[in-house]
Design a protein around this ligand. Structure first.
Ligand code: NAD
Ligand code: SER
Length: 313
């Protein structure tokens, strides 16, 4: 695997995934694509505009790059999806279908992230097993469950080497998040460093799984490189690093910024989404099948986030 197309490359995950893949496989081996231009196209490296809902454009980009692997990251996330459900379905399902079809024809492997949003209110919330009830009540969650199943189908029916994880909320400092329910866990660090205070749109004790971006990127590449013989759950590995609440994040931040204060102005839409998701997922299948292990806990992540955000000021 050394010719890679990344979709959604200008996003929170994509911007860091592209960097990591280029470090590993070479700058020109990794073609970044997105429907919007990345922040600084001149410095971003090889980039082509691509709308993943256009099957001909997806096929042309994969063929012209002679790609043998697609990291498919283009998506509409949970909160944005609830304000535009039709668009969320078109991008998340249409885009994945187009990528899997090209992968089938061109012999590519495919990495597609699912999410803790693939679970719903009837799922056991703590711990959430690897294989369990999945009845999400957001359009984003519905597309994630369907995407897991479609990816499994393309593997079983057509032999496409499709793999994926259920990311928890991802925390990072390079590119802001794109409209998810877990965005508070990123915003809190930006606001703590910039203003010493944050108004949170989720309630103080809302507990969700989270992970620092370097772990998410490393784990995703490790999954794509592991011997497929060891994989049973190919497209939907639960993956987590820590469980946080707004209050525990605030306490970790106060270790570095003692004067930091947090207030609450709960958004009922995003609170309802968060309340429908797990409080703690069980990622033992990922640990057993491909050796997943996070490096960052809450304290280590907080120290690194604050150091990087301070350095940028
Ligand atoms: P993001 O919103 O930051 O980035 C998504 C990118 O997709 C954006 O740059 C956007 O311009 C692009 N895009 C939207 N519509 C497109 C289209 N029609 N064609 C091409 N590109 C299009 O999202 P992200 O956080 O980088 O998420 C990447 C993947 O990881 C998604 O599948 C998401 O569901 C998954 N995920 C993310 C998180 C998280 O916390 N960030 C958690 C769980 C799963
Ligand atoms: N971080 C994502 C969201 O909140 C979870 O998939 O939408």
């Amino acid at each position: 695997m050394n010719r890679i197309v990344v979709t959604g490359a200008a996003g929170q995950v994509g911007s860091e995934m592209v960097e990591a893949l280029r470090d590993r496989y070479g700058r020109d081996a990794v073609l970044a694509t997105d429907i919007r231009e990345p922040g600084d196209p001149g410095e971003f490296g090889p980039f082509r505009p691509l709308d993943v809902t256009n099957p001909h454009a997806v096929a042309e980009v994969v063929r012209s790059h002679a790609a043998d692997c697609v990291y498919h990251l283009a998506a509409i996330l949970s909160a944005r999806g609830e304000s535009a459900p039709q668009q969320a379905w078109a991008v998340n399902m249409g885009g994945l279908y187009n990528v899997l079809e090209v992968a089938r024809r061109e012999g590519c492997s495919v990495f597609t992230p699912s999410s803790i949003a693939a679970f719903g209110p009837s799922t056991p919330a703590d711990p959430t097993p690897q294989d369990t009830i999945q009845r999400p009540n957001t359009v984003y969650g519905v597309t994630k469950v369907a995407g897991e199943l479609l990816s499994d189908y393309y593997h079983e029916r057509f032999g496409v080497d499709a793999r994926g994880v259920r990311y928890p909320g991802l925390i990072s400092y390079l590119t802001p998040p794109g409209g998810g329910t877990t965005d508070f866990a990123v915003e809190i660090y930006y606001e703590a460093v910039a203003h010493g205070r944050y108004t949170c749109f989720l309630g103080p004790e809302t507990q969700l799984d989270m992970m620092y971006m370097p772990d998410a990127i490393r784990g995703s590449i490790e999954l794509m490189e592991v011997d497929p013989e060891s994989l049973h759950h190919r497209n939907a590995f639960n993956m987590t690093a820590m469980q946080v609440t707004p209050e525990s994040l605030a306490a970790a931040i106060r270790e570095h910024i003692p004067e930091f204060t947090i207030e609450y102005d709960v958004d009922p839409v995003r609170q309802a989404i968060a309340d429908s998701w797990p409080r703690r997922i069980d990622d033992s299948a990922a640990r057993d099948e491909w050796g997943w292990k996070p490096e960052y806990d809450l304290a280590a992540m907080t120290a690194d986030m604050i150091a990087h955000l301070r350095a940028r000021r």
